[in-house]
Design a protein around this ligand. Sequence first.
Ligand code: HEM
Length: 162
Amino acid sequence: MIREILLVIHIFLACIWVGGILFVGWGVYPAAAKMKLHVQRKFLLSLMKHVHHLFTLAGFGVILSGILLGTVFGPIHSIDMLWHTAYGKTWLAALITGSITLFWGVCIGYREMKLIFTDIFLWREAANGNKKPLYRELIRLAALESVEAVGFTVLIILMVAL
Ligand code: HEM
């Protein structure tokens, strides 16, 4: 019974983490690009500040519940299981991929986003007609964020294999 509840929590948090980040990237970000530059900057900065902690907590909860599901409530009871069984190898791969994806989102994606959106010079230049430097930074940010999307895809494949 506890295992089932934990699995529900695990899947629910994964929906918030993956769905939330993809929705911001593929839904909110392109829609905001149609706003006036100064509105866009303020809106995206305040949105990300608002949801950043929620997504980080959700991602942390997915990893923690995944650890419990595989060990305390699952078949992994020794380090040997990690190297010698398909379940152990897949679980370890999920643990590593999940941790890297969360780390990337918090320490690279969000940090870069904050740097770009608080760089007044970039936005002032763009408002004065020189949009190239800002667009270059935004494309770089989108490329950095796509690493997270790859992480999520790998995690979903691993979950099916588990
Ligand atoms: C994008 C992130 C993730 C998603 C969408 C996800 C999704 C899921 C789903 C849908 C299940 C149910 C599978 C089934 O019952 O057949 C599941 C189970 C499980 N997940 Fe995840 N998961 C994610 C990340 C992780 C991570 C990072 C770990 C490891 C730390 C993990 C460990 C587990 C374990 C151990 C189970 C139970 C499998 C079993 O023994 O039946 N998950 N996950």
